[in-house]
Design a protein around this ligand. Structure first.
Ligand code: COA
Length: 170
């Protein structure tokens, strides 16, 4: 059984996280799709790491970094938007395990009242992941995102602290 952990991202993770983020299997499902240069990535990290309302986290399996997840402030304090990706060569099931651990952290440790997510309409893995983690589909922004070639719907997901706690009982 692999031992899963979650820890804060550090400067030492910059290269591996940038490599994941720039990989087509991740980049093709993001709202910004340009390759991210090392210097821009470092600036992004330093700005976010200095913000006490943000959490940048690395998911590890057996001590090996396998995914990235972040919680960022939304409209009200206590509400977070989340985003995540797994290593392109991560084994099947990594996303679900990352989500389980990250949401436990978000609700039990960070104390959020609500976590919100957005998925592009053709991102079947993310949509399935949100659904299996207990998110409710709260809306669909029709043809809301243009990727340079095609228009896409955006699906809005939300999960409340009470719903998460109920789902974890028994
Ligand atoms: C989204 C992502 C984190 C999912 O991680 P993963 O390790 O592939 O996911 P899992 O293997 O845990 O699968 C999660 C669920 O999605 C399903 N799934 C995975 N890939 C799928 C696909 N291509 N089509 C349909 N369902 C899929 C799995 O069967 C599983 O459902 P189940 O629990 O009912 O079996 C990962 O694919 C990723 O990093 N994608 C690129 C970045 C991204 O899209 N981030 C999210 C932006 S909203």
């Amino acid at each position: 059984m692999t031992h899963d952990t979650l820890r804060s991202m550090t400067h030492e993770d910059l290269d591996v996280v940038r490599a994941w983020r720039n990989h087509p299997s991740v980049r093709d499902f993001m709202f910004t799709r340009e390759e991210i240069a090392a210097e821009d990535h470092r600036k992004w990290f330093e700005k976010c790491a200095a913000d006490p309302l943000r959490a940048l986290l690395i998911f590890e399996c057996g001590g090996r970094p396998r995914g990235f997840v972040q919680f960022s402030p939304a409209l009200s304090r206590g509400v977070a938007d989340w985003g995540f990706y797994t290593a392109p060569d991560a084994e099947k099931g990594t996303g679900r395990r990352l989500g389980q651990m990250a949401l436990t952290h978000a609700f039990d440790t960070l104390g959020y009242e609500r976590v919100a997510g957005q998925a592009i309409g053709d991102n079947a893995a993310s949509i399935r992941m949100h659904t299996t983690l207990g998110f409710t589909e709260e809306g669909r922004l029709r043809r809301h995102f243009f990727d340079g070639t095609n228009w896409h719907d955006i699906i809005l997901f939300g999960l409340l602290n009470t719903e998460w706690r109920d789902s974890q009982q028994g």
